[in-house]
Write a protein of this length. Structure first.
Lengths: 340, 316
């Protein structure tokens, strides 16, 4: 019996790790980075290049490079954690915001605004965000308990999201200045505008361990595709996989939201984009989703800079504008295939 | 953890470390670049520092305080007559949308910004070596004076700033001298059902026009918002509308078109003061007082008319 299941599980647990996706995704990402470094935006609209010699250095190194790196880190984080969560929960609707990490981070940042600390230093704002996402995770852990099943975790996540959203609008109601309230609203739509190397240095050290935790769960996630009991019988403790993914998501997504605000849709749509092509094995999906998430975010951010002159669009608006039609297309095609 | 995962994480760390180390020298060369570009100009002819503003209120402060030749750019809202009291003057300058890259191109000596707006841009501009002056929203006439002084000092126009402050103080004294006759019960209705809180700059302006700010005085408002029902229970003598983009549809403006409010408006004296005149603390904020004094006069006229009608009724 156990021999039979091991034989059946063999090809599932050891899917050939294909390098083919990288042959397309990596050039796509490099192209996105190049465009992001090259294309800027002035008062009269988009511009190519770095301006005259006096400002080319700071334009490239201080403005566009940090922005590009952050888009890469944040987009990659969202793609990676989206794929991991969809694998963990075996639910195609899962996305990084599900566990409350995003809304917790947003609440933390908004509270920093509320108490007027953000005015003192732009570093305080991201720190507030990370603290918020950690608090959300801590609450999730204490609500759901160490050995909680996935349904409990999802429901606890929904409760935490609702609580964080309610507290956020409460804070908005009491904001010290109408201007601050406006700024908070804009901030919650996500943006990479004028982030500096400070924010890269602030977010990266939290994202890196987050990625490591998620990637460490890859084999466990593959085993989970066979069901929790089978995975357990194969020697993968589901709760270990579970907390690796949740901890990794809280760290990396919390840090991402803390510096860029809530960037929607990337974590949801990227795994769906790649699955028809790469297959549904989380282990094969994780790294390509990281790269595709980074590329999607970079292209969305480049699209913002290509808009006609005006105040900058928010990143979350554009990722949804790009992602939603594609997502719909996939769903409709999926529906037709099943009907046929 | 799989070996492949470890390699990937290691690679990512390497890329990051490299990228960040590349970014670091930039932070040292950035300011010196801009400084190097600026120094020769400053050395050849002694001149006032150039100034850029990236916030609607600071745009207008700068327009009041700066020498026109100093201003290199203002924010795009400054040239919008629905938002700005100095739209025409502002439209003579290049307009910005408040991004660091734009400001690098304008290369101003001083950037004036709002305390609650563009937090990331302000931090980045400071990293780039710019002098950034943060101005909080003005909550009182005293705040306006302090801000005029602060902006003037930052752009080398202290003398002119002091003159503006003396002019303001003279106008305020003039309005105070006219106080005395009994104040007029007033409610200001702003889009979205908001009114004037106390203490605030708008409340001070009302007092200076000898108006009694009913919602604040009687504690009718909740955080500055006033329900139409409460307003109907406490009808004022004077209803002041802070009109904002009347032609554009919005939920906030729909509140002003509420039938109950229109009925009330037919019974009491009304006045309209554009929202742009309230939204920032400026020397010309006192223009509001002149408009309100006129409306108050009308309301007192209506009061005596009502009284004489009542007298006639009593006599009969």
């Amino acid at each position: 019996m156990s021999g039979a299941s091991a034989a059946a599980a063999g090809p599932v647990l050891e899917p050939r790790f294909s390098y083919a996706p990288f042959a397309l995704l990596v050039p796509l990402l490099i192209g996105a980075c190049a465009l992001s470094l090259l294309i800027g935006r002035t008062s009269s609209g988009p511009t190519i290049g770095f301006g005259d010699a006096a400002i080319a250095g700071p334009v490239l190194m201080e403005i566009r490079l940090p922005r590009t790196l952050l888009a890469l880190l944040v987009g990659g984080t969202l793609g990676l954690s989206g794929a991991a969560l969809q694998g963990l929960l075996r639910n195609p609707l899962a996305e990084p915001g599900l566990l409350g990490a995003s809304s917790g981070a947003a609440l933390g940042a908004v509270l920093v605004f509320y108490f007027g600390l953000a005015a003192a230093d732009s570093v305080v704002l991201p720190l507030g965000g990370v603290a918020g996402s950690m608090a959300a995770l801590g609450l999730l852990y204490s609500l759901a308990g160490r050995r909680a099943d996935l349904v409990t975790i999802v429901l606890a996540g929904i409760a935490i999201n609702a609580l964080a959203a309610a507290l956020t609008s409460l804070a908005l109601n009491f904001a010290p200045s109408p201007y601050a309230a406006l700024e908070i609203l804009f901030w919650m739509l996500g943006s990479l505008a004028d982030r500096s190397s400070v924010h890269v240095l602030l977010a990266a050290p939290l994202m890196l361990p987050g990625w490591v935790l998620i990637l460490a769960a890859a084999r466990g996630l593959d085993a989970l595709t066979l069901g929790e009991d089978t995975a357990a019988s194969l020697g993968f403790a589901p709760e270990r996989t579970q907390w690796l993914v949740i901890g990794g998501t809280a760290l990396s997504v919390g840090a991402a939201v803390a510096v860029t605000g809530v960037v929607g849709f990337v974590g949801l749509v990227v795994p769906h984009m790649l699955r028809p092509w790469i297959g549904h094995h989380p282990r094969r999906l994780l790294a390509p989703c990281f790269i595709a998430g980074a590329a999607l975010t970079l292209y969305a951010d480049v699209a913002i800079r290509l808009m006609p002159p005006g105040p900058e669009l928010k990143l979350g608006v554009v990722t949804a504008l790009i992602g939603a039609p594609f997502f719909l297309h996939l769903i409709l095609r999926h529906g037709r295939e099943h009907a046929a | 953890m799989t070996r492949r995962a470890a390699i990937l994480a290691g690679l990512a760390a390497g890329v990051l470390a490299a990228a960040v180390s590349v970014a670091q020298p930039g932070s040292e060369s950035g300011p010196s670049n801009t400084a190097a570009e600026r120094v020769p100009r400053a050395a050849s002819t002694p001149r006032l520092p150039t100034v850029a503003s990236i916030n609607l209120c600071t745009d207008q402060l700068v327009l009041h305080v700066a020498d026109p030749a100093q201003i290199v750019t203002l924010s795009w809202l400054a040239a919008d007559p629905d938002e700005s009291t100095l739209a025409e003057a502002a439209s003579r300058y290049p307009l910005n949308y408040g991004s660091a890259e734009e400001l690098l191109r304008y290369a101003p000596d001083v950037v004036i910004a709002g305390l609650y707006t563009n937090a990331f841009t302000r931090a980045l501009l400071r990293d780039l070596g710019f002098t950034v002056v943060d101005i909080a929203p003005a909550n009182s006439l005293e705040d306006i004076e302090a801000q005029l002084r602060q902006v003037a000092a930052a752009i080398g126009r202290s003398e002119h700033g002091e003159r503006l402050i003396r002019e303001m103080q003279a106008r305020i004294a003039g309005h105070r001298a006219r106080l005395g006759s009994s104040p007029v019960d007033t409610v200001v209705v702003r889009p979205g059902g908001f009114t004037v809180e106390a203490p605030s700059l708008a409340d001070e302006l009302l007092q200076l026009a000898n108006l009694r700010n009913l919602p604040a005085e009687r504690g009718l408002d909740r955080w500055g918002s006033l329900s139409i029902e409460t307003l109907l229970h406490h009808p004022p003598e004077l209803l002041v509308f802070a009109s904002y983009r009347d032609a554009d549809a919005s939920l906030a403006n729909a509140v002003l078109a509420h039938p109950a409010l229109e009925t009330l408006a037919e019974r009491v004296v009304t006045a309209s003061v554009p929202a742009a005149m309230w939204s920032c603390g400026l020397p010309n904020s006192l223009d509001v007082v002149a408009v309100l004094e006129e409306a108050a006069e009308k309301a007192r006229g209506a009061r005596t008319a009502t009284l004489s009608r009542a007298d006639e009724g009593a006599a009969r």
